[in-house]
Design a protein around this ligand. Structure first.
Ligand SMILES: [Zn+2]
Ligand SMILES: [Zn+2]
Length: 153
């Protein structure tokens, strides 16, 4: 197992904590480490489960609050997916968008310069100043699409 995961991110977080007059907390460090070790799009409960494998004493509220801090510090970004919020790494990450499987919940990332360019052109055409965007494309992944159909829930 890698021991020095996200060294830079940890420094960024420590600086954020210090500059906001917060105290360093050992529980937050454990949560940050678990977050950085995962490459998935994690819900609060996903991250809670990872954290509690090592530290069952850490509760959901602490995980939730820490994720908010990570977002404010620019280390995590939030995705609102059909009523559920998920978090992914944001530090030094290039922009990307997501395909989401409605059946199994699998998330696939994609980035396409052509799509980005066309959006910019359309925006320029109407004088719209883009601050950011999120494409969330819903459907079925290859595996789920090839399963026999079941009645809709
Ligand atoms: Zn699927
Ligand atoms: Zn992503």
């Amino acid at each position: 197992m890698k021991t020095n995961v996200g060294h830079e991110e940890k420094e960024v977080f420590a600086a954020y904590i210090a500059s906001h007059g917060l105290k360093r907390s050992e529980q937050r460090d454990v949560i940050l480490d678990a977050f950085l070790r995962s490459e998935r799009h994690l819900s609060v409960d996903d991250l809670l489960a990872l954290v509690q494998k090592k530290r069952p004493d850490i509760g959901r509220t602490t995980v939730y609050r820490t994720l908010k801090l990570l977002r404010e510090a620019g280390l995590a970004s939030e995705l609102a997916l059909q009523g559920q919020t998920r978090f992914e790494h944001d530090y030094n990450r290039a922009h990307h968008d997501h395909f989401i499987c409605n059946s199994c919940g699998e998330i696939f990332e994609f980035a396409n310069p052509e799509i980005e360019r066309i959006q910019d052109e359309i925006a320029a055409g109407i004088g719209f100043v883009i601050a950011g965007h999120r494409h969330q494309i819903y459907g079925l992944c290859r595996r789920c699409a090839s399963k026999p159909t079941r009645p809709e829930r």
